[in-house]
Each structure stands twice: as C-alpha cells, then as structure tokens.
Design a protein around this ligand. Structure first.
Ligand code: NAP
Length: 261
C-alpha cells in the first residue's frame, strides 16, 4: 500500500462515517465519500478540502439500490488509488420484529448485509491482486446481544462480524488487513433515524472518541476492535469457548443425547 492511499467511506454524510472522513483527511488521505445525501456529502467534502487540503470525491448512491451499489462496487474495483475501504453505511430499525414493516426490514438487510458484502468483495478482489489494502467493516456489539430486542439489526451485525473474521482468515496471508469495529451506543443520528423513542435512549459514547479508539485498533492491525471493552481477554475467552466446540463439528453421527431411545 502506498503510505497514504485514498479511502472510500460509505455512510460518510454523518456520524461515524463523517468522523472517519475527518480523521483520515487529517492523516493526509484523499477520500471518496458515499451516501444518499449529496448536499450533506458536499458539505463534508468542502470542509475537509479546505481544512485538511486533501482531494475529496463525492459519490451519491443509495446502497440499497442494485445499480447504485454496482456503481460504487465498480469504483472500488477500478480506482487503484483507493487502498482502504471503510464499510460503514448502516441503518437501524426500532420496534418488535413481528411488527416492523417488511420493506424496511428488507432494506436494512440490503444495506447492512448486502451492500457491505458486495463492497467488501469488490475491495478484496483488487486488494488481493495488489497484495495490499485494508477493509474496515463497521459492525456492532448488538450483534453479540440477541437479548437486546433488535432482531434483524442484531443479526445483520453478527453477519458483519463473522464476515470480517472469515475474511481476515482468508486475506491476511495475502497482504490485506481486515478489521471489524464493534461500537456500543454512540451519539449519532442512527437512533432517531431508526425511530427510537428519544426519552429512552441509553448513555452514548462521543462519536469522535469512538472513531479515535477504532483507529488505535486499526493502527495495531487488530482483527476485532471493541472500543468499550476494557478486558480484551473476555473476547479471547469467548472465542476459545467457540473453538472448544470445533472438534465435535467434524462428527458424522448425532451426539448420544440426540439418539432415540
Ligand atoms: P448515522 O449518523 O445515521 O449514519 C449512517 C450513514 O449511512 C449516513 O451517512 C447515511 O447517509 C448512510 N446511509 C444510510 N442508508 C444508506 C443507504 N441506503 N445508502 C447509502 N448510505 C446510506 O449513523 P452512525 O451511527 O454513524 O452509523 C454508522 C454505522 O455504525 C452503521 O453501520 C451502524 O449500524 C453502526 N453502529 C452505530 C452505533 C451507534 O450507536 N451509533 C453502534 C454500533 C454500530 P444518507 O442518509 O445520506 O444516505
């Protein structure tokens, strides 16, 4: 990777994505910013061009739309100035799973799962050919909390974490770094956009603190970064509990406890 490759950031018009844009610009990286709101992207771009002196391209795209997603994917596949993907765009949805609008659930899956996968693959293909590159997937601790009552959102983030872990296994030997970032509650617009009741919001981390912590993990080349987790050994114990089951997954007969009497 060149020392300062360009960074493509999805969901860069607000919140975590806009903050990543600011931090990478401060490090001297040129940017390609993607979201639906061209006005807001242009505001971010104008501010960063003038404050940070970097080149910023804006790509207006609804990542739930197949053609728009293909356009962004093609850009990742063709623009060899881009050496880092921040796969950040995502949506939440309040309410009980059985009551949520099916179209809204499908859109959540399209953005949080479909677009993340398509863009990660487009970046991975070119980065593997180049023998370098970095892919940052923004997941969530909610993917580890089925008890949280965010059924489809939680599942989408569990997908992003597993996608990232599996990509890291495949790609680390090919010069490509993959990081999953698992924020906890962070003060951005996502909560109100998802329709959450403003009087029932949890305490939140400042978005600048979140992204700065995630970048500490990025600079250390961590595979999993959980900014609120003070004891990294807890994550290791969780992984070890999972790995303890693996020898049994090669079995070919039901375990004794499932054999009919
Ligand atoms: P946010 O401020 O609402 O930002 C979401 C970004 O995604 C916006 O730039 C939005 O821009 C973009 N986006 C949404 N739908 C899109 C679509 N269909 N096509 C293209 N862009 C789209 O929320 P945020 O908290 O920064 O969220 C960023 C990521 O962090 C998400 O993946 C979220 O799941 C994750 N996360 C957030 C928290 C938290 O508490 N905030 C915690 C854990 C994980 P436009 O509206 O302009 O398209």
């Amino acid at each position: 990777m060149t020392p300062n490759p360009a960074v493509l950031i999805t969901g860069a018009s607000s919140g975590i994505g806009a903050t990543y844009a600011d931090r990478f610009a401060a490090r001297g990286h040129d940017l390609v910013l993607v979201a639906r709101s061209a006005d807001r992207l242009n505001e971010v771009a104008a501010r960063l061009r003038s404050a940070r002196g970097v080149s910023v391209d804006v790509v207006q795209a609804d990542l739930a739309d197949h053609e728009a997603l293909e356009r962004v994917s093609a850009r990742l596949g063709e623009d060899d100035r881009i050496g880092i993907l921040v796969n950040n765009a995502g949506v939440g949805l309040s309410g009980a799973f059985a009551d949520q609008n099916p179209g809204a659930v499908a859109k959540l899956v399209a953005v949080n799962v479909g677009a993340v996968t398509t863009l990660a693959q487009a970046a991975a293909r070119r980065f593997v050919d180049a023998g370098n590159g970095a892919i940052v997937n923004i997941s969530s601790v909610v993917g580890l909390i089925p008890e949280f009552g965010q059924t489809a959102y939680a599942a989408s983030k569990a997908f992003v974490t597993t996608l990232s872990q599996s990509m890291a296994v495949e790609l680390s030997g090919k010069g490509v770094y993959v990081q999953a970032v698992l924020p906890a509650a962070t003060a951005t617009e996502i909560w109100t956009r998802a329709g959450s009741n403003p009087s029932r919001l949890p305490p939140m981390m400042d978005v600048g603190a979140l992204v700065d912590a995630a970048l500490v993990g990025f600079d250390r080349r961590e595979a999993i970064t959980i900014p609120v987790l003070s004891d990294a050994g807890l994550w290791d114990s969780y992984q070890n509990a999972r790995k303890a089951m693996l020898p049994e997954f090669g079995g070919v007969v039901p375990a004794a406890r499932y054999r009919a009497a």
